[in-house]
Design a protein around this ligand. Sequence first.
Ligand code: HEC
Length: 144
Amino acid sequence: MSEVFTKSMARNIYYGGSVFFFLLFLALTFDTSNAFPERDHRENITPQVAQGKAIWEENDCIGCHTLLGEGAYYAPELGNVYKRFGNNKEAIKGFIKSRPVNGIPGRRSMPQFNLTEEELDAIAEFLKWTSEINTANWPPNIQG
Ligand code: HEC
């Protein structure tokens, strides 16, 4: 083996390394996309869950909240709110219905959305479904 580090050796390390990490990237991408169907339990997306997501979008909940880490940082993360509220859909509905709670200095307040009982059920069902996605504990903070 020669003592000098030649240009062609450097080139081989560069190309070899690029190919190796590109293949590793492809393999991990493949592995992740294979795991999705199980992790996002998409078979449980009922019409009510889909309706809840539509209401979530129409009312721009993401304008204040994050959902699984994505969104605005004004209000708490809601991907896990179903679990934080003791696996209780009624607690979520009650919270949304009872806003705003004013008069607490310095506390951010959530507006009243005047949702119907059916819409509240759908939102709660959507947040329940979201909380059951296997996110490998993402986001790492509990309450955004
Ligand atoms: C204008 C900003 C804003 C929008 C839009 C908004 N929220 Fe909120 N939300 C808040 C704030 C602020 C809090 C925390 C309020 C508090 O604790 O009193 C909150 C709290 C919550 C909580 C309780 C979270 C917890 O951890 O205690 C739920 C559930 C919730 N919001 C659902 C929704 C849903 C569903 C929508 C869309 C229909 C929505 N929010 C839209 C500001 C907003």
